[in-house]
Ligand binder design. Sequence first.
Ligand code: ATP
Ligand code: MG
Length: 179
Amino acid sequence: MANLTQGYIRRGLYIGRFQPYHLGHQAVLRKISEEVAEIVIVIGSAQSSHTMENPFTAGERIAMIYEALSDLRNRCYVIPLEDVQRNAVWVSHLISMVPRFDTVYSNNLLVVQLFSEVGIVVRKPPMFRRDVYSGTAIRKLMLDGGNWRNLVPVPVASVIEEIDGVTRLANIFEEDSTQ
Ligand code: ATP
Ligand code: MG
């Protein structure tokens, strides 16, 4: 793990919307945890909630992530980040909101492009069973009454159940389709 020589702490940054946090995210974070001492997890589109694409609030997503990572030895900072409507200033917006980091981990093409343009190293972690571990696929299963629970860490399923997340999603769908 940790490269803590001479007080320099290696930090990795992982960004996603985590709607919801699933086992694909968890697999990537476990891998990152072996490569860096500390992890900065950025919750993108933090201002969005109660929509089909973004049903959960930033606070709910923070709870999911902390519960799921409670056994990780690395220090994790979980930081919500609101969107800015100008991609050109998004990296500096992010940098102003998080502790210093060395490496970004992302597969999102726009994220990779924006960081690479300012010379920040981006690693692309391999996708882990993307056919099933996908936020979009999981939200669809929630709506269709399918088995979404085994696609998220157990504590995440509990958080979603506590907030009655599936009913919320169904209500949002209902509202969207009657407008
Ligand atoms: P959505 O379908 O809502 O976009 P998502 O599953 O893509 O959800 P995000 O929160 O958009 O999840 O993704 C955060 C990061 O996690 C992105 O870099 C994405 O490429 C990565 N990621 C998503 N699913 C997997 C997976 N199964 N294995 C590895 N990485 C993943
Ligand atoms: Mg995505």
